[in-house]
Design a protein around this ligand. Structure first.
Ligand code: TRP
Length: 447
């Protein structure tokens, strides 16, 4: 496995940015900005990404490249133990990535369904106001959604089976530039819409906190979103870092990935809100923003056929470069622990995933009450909250404690390979980052 490394820095940045840029940016960011009051959320989000996300990403790179293994294996190698609380964090990371991938596949399945519907002109029969109904009816169509979900899992597995160099790196180097081009086309078009100006001030001007939210709720949501969007807190960066050669500069890689991720999130806002404002829809559309509100705009606007299909195609490729990273994460675990070969491990894992993702689908169907433990929320929503609000910050916290307190300082310095950065990073990751994550985690639990 050690031979299957990334071949170039561009490849690493493309794959890691590919992992980071996904449904979280294109679908999650706009809807969260929309429900959390726009500009204020966006500013807090950017601060979270830079001041908490960046050091956590760097910490994951240190762990993965030094430990040369997946989230569990790397930590075992570094701590010479199979049972330390740090290793437990590794197990939690693998579990989290599996859970996330399961509901990710459901949402990506919706995107495939929308692209197919759009290409075959299937939206033309749906009245404008009825897109909500359309979404409900189609997400309730279990058989059809299982097919789309499994197509997505199959695509993911097909790439991952080829490994890092020939599968993941190669695909990312093609898909990422394509993704940037498509989103720029969409934003370019949106600049011609009457709602573009309003979108700018909605997204970038600080506003007072919405009446139904507290500051801490917005903070928790922004940090959760920043971690999720940067693929942190589930060992995914550790898994990619194990295939990064020692002469690559992980500081610049981390910064480049974060900047790309931020840019795409903001562009996604600009690809979404002008349509929302131009057609008089609500910014607080929540999870339905992309699947219920946007189709109304696409139906009404000139060339909506082209831009609507481009939008859902964009969602699919962004989801795919993220899902391969999620799958690779659990896969590395199975290969390391159960000594399966890559092909076998991919097949077994994909089958498990198809089965587990079905639970989220069932949540939209007859068994909704069966799988709703919190009352009223779907199984998918519960998985989303559980991972986003608890598992991911806990794993991120454990990783920073590992790097701050358990690893030798000399190792961290060797990995960072820059004295100035190390002098800031080491005390920062020891004393500041865990406290910040702790506060947000606690406020989430209490709030
Ligand atoms: N970052 C991805 C997105 O924004 C989602 C994600 C979260 C992810 N954790 C991950 C992707 C781990 C790959 C690996 O949509």
């Amino acid at each position: 496995m050690s031979k299957d490394n990334f071949t170039s820095k561009l490849g690493i940045v493309a794959a890691t940015a590919g992992s980071a840029i996904g449904l979280g940016n294109l679908w999650g960011f706009p809807y969260k900005a929309g429900t959390n009051g726009g500009g204020t959320f966006v500013i807090i989000y950017i601060l979270c990404a830079l001041f908490i996300g960046l050091p956590v990403m760097l910490a994951e790179f240190v762990v993965g490249r030094e430990g040369r293994g997946g989230p569990v294996g790397a930590v075992e190698n570094l701590t010479n133990s199979k049972k330390s609380p740090f290793v437990l964090g590794g197990y939690m990371a693998v579990l989290t990535s599996f859970l996330v991938l399961s509901f990710y596949s459901v949402i990506a399945g919706w995107a495939i369904h929308y692209l197919v519907t759009g290409l075959t002109n299937g939206f033309s029969g749906v009245a404008n106001i009825d897109t909500a109904k359309y979404f409900e009816v189609s997400s309730n169509n279990l058989g059809m959604q299982l097919v789309y979900q499994d197509i997505f899992i199959f695509l993911t597995a097909t790439i991952v089976i080829f490994g890092i160099k020939n599968g993941i790196e190669r695909l990312s180097k093609i898909m990422m530039p394509l993704l940037f081009i498509i989103i720029l086309i969409l934003v370019g078009y949106n600049m011609t819409l009457p709602g573009f100006k309003d979108s700018l001030s909605f997204l970038f001007a600080p506003k007072s906190i919405p009446a139904d939210k507290t500051f801490f709720e917005i903070l928790t949501s922004a940090l959760g979103q920043a971690f999720f969007s940067l693929s942190l807190g589930m060992g995914a960066i550790i898994t990619y870092a194990r295939a990064v050669s020692d002469d690559m500069n992980i500081n610049t890689i981390s910064i480049q990935v974060i900047v790309c991720d931020l840019i795409v999130a903001l562009l996604a806002g600009l690809a979404t809100f002008p349509i929302i404002f131009s057609y008089g829809m609500s910014t607080g559309g929540g999870v339905g923003l992309a699947f219920i509100a946007l189709p109304v705009g696409f139906k009404s606007m000139p060339f909506g056929y082209v831009f609507g299909n481009l939008f859902f195609f964009l969602l699919i490729i962004a989801a795919l470069t993220s899902s391969i990273s999620l799958l690779e994460n659990s896969l590395t675990f199975i290969i390391e622990k159960m000594k399966f070969n890559r092909k076998m491990a991919t097949i077994v894992l994909s089958a498990l995933l198809m089965a587990f993702a079905t639970l989220s689908q069932l949540g939209f169907n007859y068994s909704s009450s069966l799988l709703s433990f919190t009352g009223g929320e779907t199984f998918l929503d519960q998985l989303d909250k559980l991972t986003m609000n608890y598992f991911i910050p806990i794993v991120a916290l454990i990783t920073t404690l590992l790097v701050g307190y358990r690893l030798d300082e000399s190792i961290v310095r060797k990995q960072i390979n820059n004295d100035k950065i190390s002098n800031i990073f080491i005390p920062y990751v020891k004393y500041v980052v865990p406290v910040l994550i702790g506060i947000v985690l606690l406020s989430g639990v209490i709030g």
